[in-house]
Write a protein that binds this ligand. Structure first.
Ligand SMILES: [Zn+2]
Length: 286
């Protein structure tokens, strides 16, 4: 099984089988998915007849069905906010593995079985996170790894927004907690757009970067924020884009220069004040 569409399956001399897949649309190299094993293909349809196919080990088809069936709802919820899903198909590859993380492999997110066998709130957070990446990080790809905050920040932001509306924790409470830790995270992991750790995937790239988007939304208002988001995913569809591009686009859509606002949030050593929340405080760095 691989990303995209199965084009052919041909028996070749020597008792082998050649499987050919077409990625159909530009594909980020770190999002190639190639799985070899015994899987069942579970096909269904998403909004507008979008082809869905989950790839699941036999023994996990039934136990994971309840949460896998939520994908059309997740797609509809995200499309309402971000516009059309950017690819020709979607689905999850259920990993019969202890792998501690899921991965937004393009059009076929890798989800370890544990993510689909726990609570509904946790399962939906993980599923919505990887699905959000199809817009942020996949269709609009990273220009450099320092731009990872755009991808993980958005995935975490929408994951939390969805969860808040479906029985999970409140976004604002999570953001207040991240705000308190932000100076410490800047010191330990580098500012959101300037990672300093060899492992980029630290808390700063998740809640720490969702916090930058939260600050931007507080600054420009929800209507303008949504316009920025839609302009980003439509304007850079199928291309790479950078932090520079994000600042420029946000400024253009908002009709004001946001460089002076976003730059300290993204690169500064100290966390700026949170618009609309003058009472929020940053904990001292230890
Ligand atoms: Zn992610």
């Amino acid at each position: 099984m691989a990303n995209g569409k199965l084009v052919s399956r041909v028996e070749v001399p020597g008792g082998r089988v050649r499987w050919t897949y077409d990625s159909e649309q530009p594909l980020s190299t770190q999002l190639v998915q190639l799985a070899v094993g015994k899987f069942r293909l579970v096909e269904s349809e998403g909004p507008g007849g979008l082809p869905l196919r989950d790839v699941v080990p036999d023994a996990l088809v039934e136990p994971t069905a309840e949460y896998r069936r939520l994908t059309p709802d997740h797609l509809a919820w995200l499309e309402e906010r971000l516009g059309p899903y950017p690819f020709h198909r979607y689905g999850v590859l259920v990993g019969d593995t202890d792998l501690g993380v899921a991965l937004e492999t393009q059009t076929l997110s890798l989800v370890p079985k544990a993510d689909l066998l726990g609570t509904k709130v946790d399962a939906e957070r993980n599923l919505v996170h990887e699905l959000t990446h199809q817009w942020f990080g996949n269709s609009v790809a990273l220009e450099s790894w320092s731009d990872l905050w755009v991808s993980e920040g958005h995935a975490r932001f929408y994951e939390r927004l969805y969860s808040e509306a479906h029985g999970g924790d409140r976004l604002e409470a999570a953001m207040k907690t991240a705000y308190a830790a932000h100076d410490q995270w800047r010191k330990d992991f580098g500012a959101p757009a300037e990672p300093t750790e060899p492992n980029l995937f630290k808390r700063m790239r998740y809640d720490g970067s969702a916090l930058v988007l939260y600050a931007l939304r507080e600054r420009v208002g929800d209507a303008t924020f949504q316009k920025i988001e839609r302009a980003w995913v439509s304007g850079f569809k199928g291309r790479t884009a950078s932090t520079r591009d994000f600042i420029d686009l946000a400024s253009q859509v908002a009709g004001e220069d946001l460089e002076g606002f976003l730059r300290p949030w993204l690169y500064g050593a100290k966390t700026p004040p949170m618009p609309g929340h003058p009472d929020w405080v940053v904990d001292p760095v230890t």
